[in-house]
Design a protein around this ligand. Structure first.
Ligand code: G3P
Length: 214
């Protein structure tokens, strides 16, 4: 399974990259707003730190505008993936990008039919938001199971990128279902390694080591 980090904070991206498990980055307008920085500058720095897919989201909601933004971001680097919302105009933009060799990450997916439409349009990645579904008392991970089945039934190679991850168990379940990618906030990445028995076990080993002569 590939691990992306879901942030526009270059400091977090650097720290995650040092762990040696970072395959890519996803950003969105809200994450960029949190940085208080100019997006193109942030994107340039991210592209220097990570040699993998980096998602940049369009903010236009019409086909022509999305196309313009897609061309503009894609011209920055081969690793750029254009993040496009799953709306009607977005679908046209996904198809256009796919026909023009531009990778896409289709965002704000909350239903298997949206994922199917995205795959039919030629999306490179589909981003189902599991945490936001959980937030409204539905089962976010069930959507991943549904999309996995549909894509496998018909041989779509659109990659399932599990988004809106809130805790480590989302990552475990995504792996069991066979999702291709998890995009994970930095604080959840840090939590992936944590186990109290690891901490207490290490403390005991170090304490016992003091008793070893020499
Ligand atoms: O980047 C898309 C997605 O991961 C957003 O997550 O936590 O805002 O629901 P969240």
């Amino acid at each position: 399974m590939k691990f992306f980090i879901d942030t526009a904070d270059v400091g977090e991206i650097r720290q995650a990259a040092e762990l040696g498990m970072l395959d890519g980055v996803t950003t969105n307008p809200s994450l960029v707003a949190k940085t208080g920085r100019v997006f193109r500058e942030v994107l340039g720095e991210i592209l220097e730190v990570v040699d993998g897919p980096v998602s940049a989201e369009v903010t236009a909601t019409d086909f022509e505008g999305m196309k313009r933004e897609a061309q503009d971001y894609a011209s920055m680097h081969d690793n750029i993936v254009i993040k496009i919302p799953i709306i009607e105009e977005g679908l046209k933009a996904i198809k256009w990008c796919s026909e023009n060799g531009i990778k896409t990450n289709v965002t704000l997916c909350f239903h298997p039919l949206q994922a199917l439409m995205a795959a039919k349009a030629g999306a490179s990645y589909i981003s189902p938001f599991v945490g936001r579904l959980d937030d409204i008392s539905t089962d976010g991970m069930h959507l991943i199971t549904q999309i996995r089945s549909i894509y496998d039934n018909y041989g779509y190679d659109t990659e399932i990128l599990v988004a809106s991850i809130r805790h480590p168990m989302h990552v475990v379940e995504a792996g069991m279902i066979g999702a291709d990618v998890c995009t994970i906030p930095f604080k959840v990445i840090q939590a992936l390694l944590k186990h109290p028995l690891t901490d207490s076990g290490l403390a005991r080993f170090l304490e016992d080591w003091k008793k070893v002569p020499g």
